[in-house]
Design a protein around this ligand. Sequence first.
Ligand SMILES: Cc1cc2nc3c(=O)[nH]c(=O)nc-3n(C[C@H](O)[C@H](O)[C@H](O)COP(=O)(O)OP(=O)(O)OC[C@H]3O[C@@H](n4cnc5c(N)ncnc54)[C@H](O)[C@@H]3O)c2cc1C
Length: 500
Amino acid sequence: MGQKRIKKLVIAGGGTAGWITAAAFSRLLGKSLDIHLVESEEIGIVGVGEATIPQIIRLNHMLGLDENEFLRRTYGTFKLGIEFVDWGRVGSRYLHTFGDTGINLANLHFHQYWLRYRQAGGENSLWDFSLHQRAADTNKFARMDRVGSSPMGGLAYAFHFDAALYAAYLREYAETQGVRRTEGIIASVERSSKDGGIAALKLEDGTRIEGDFFIDCTGFRALLIGQELKTYYQDWTHWLPCNRAIAVPSEKLSPLPPFTRATAKKAGWQWRIPLQHRTGNGHVFSNEFMSEDEATAILLDGLEGEALSDPRTLKFTTGRRETFWEKNCVAIGLSSGFLEPLESTSIHLIQSNVSRLISLFPREGLHSADIDEYNRRTAAEFEQVRDFLILHYHQTEREDSPFWQHCRNMEVPEPLNEKMALFRASGRIGRDVDDLFRDTSWMQVMLGQGIEPQDYHPMADNITDAQLDEFLRNVRAIIDNAVTPLPSHEDFIKKFCAAG
Ligand SMILES: Cc1cc2nc3c(=O)[nH]c(=O)nc-3n(C[C@H](O)[C@H](O)[C@H](O)COP(=O)(O)OP(=O)(O)OC[C@H]3O[C@@H](n4cnc5c(N)ncnc54)[C@H](O)[C@@H]3O)c2cc1C
């Protein structure tokens, strides 16, 4: 490949993906790159990515954003996890929290002691030992790194925010750092006659934007990576059958819950995302199993306040690009693939792909070793998240509709089968070293979905029955003492980061 110095970076698209990319590149490579972003207000953004996972805090630190200011500007709220309602079976409910449950003891996960306690007839659920659960149940929140002087970790959190305001906020940040923005519709793509890479974008008004390197952030349209470079899209609908979402905002909730809710429905599930000024709702479903009219009726019926606008439908195909980096073009955001929003992972994948690309970004010329490494690691990350999502659908007792019968009976990827078998045997987690989801996430979702480990680790027998009772009592007392004095989520926001 050629040895041309890479000086001009062009980002096509300005949704969450485009502006995160522009913000991060301008922060870390702004001195050596001239960065130009093209977007079209007429086309607009998908505008639904409003729930995140805690890794976003790292992005904020890297960009040097003030967290309270970021929440004020985006009407943001705090998120301690996702409550899954009716997933394992109708009537079940569990919180996939972002923090540890209980306290690990003598190098053994807390849940192993809890399994021993359960096998001896104990009635408390694992979540009775969760700080996050208690805070969520009482709609409380505060920033807390640790629980006093105890060994218990504090409240791990992420955010909910308004997607349009988030893109606008990052745009302001990136433009202040020198990113140039052009408004216009990309009409065609010019290729280099030398190596087939992309040479320039041509806009409808005739403007030509040249570049050495291009990032495709054009969303589901995938203008560069798909329409122009024709990279193959792997379709994962056979594992993750939902392919439609109907979204509608409703009135804000009070008290303000510090968590996302995902309620399973007949052919999919419904999200509830509490923001400062409104609530985001959406029904994700499969049109193979349900009509749009029925899905809309279910969505509106499940709202907890007045709808604030008409519902709108989004279509998607779950899957990923075979190659994310092709020639001098990398796809980031929805153009690179889509994993449905059940675990709020898409914005994280943007962030993670941007940092991976920056760490492998070429100075001069393109190197196939960098490209291969990027494609390999990105594919692995997509697949790990995919398997975690499949777990929610497949591990269920539900058989009350053809959708759930399909999910329960479908073949799943072998690594997921192995993880479930390991957990079922003795509560052990077979997590990959670089898996996005920690042991505690796998453990909570496997238990929450109804896997009951048959045994526990022998190290849990290293303490006596009396010591086990005292340990569990202490954990609950620590949680009581920590949560009782916390302010409500709403009051915390009013005090530190209220918008408007
Ligand atoms: C139903 C649903 C729910 C979701 N929920 C979550 C969630 O809770 N959490 C989460 O992390 N993620 C979620 N996501 C994913 C999240 O919305 C996206 O990852 C995120 O918004 C990034 O989108 P994007 O920037 O890639 O695309 P878009 O927002 O679609 O932006 C594309 C950009 O490209 C521009 N563009 C396109 N074509 C042209 C053209 N021809 N000329 C000029 N400009 C053009 C557009 O104007 C726009 O600026 C959800 C997605 C869906 C579908």
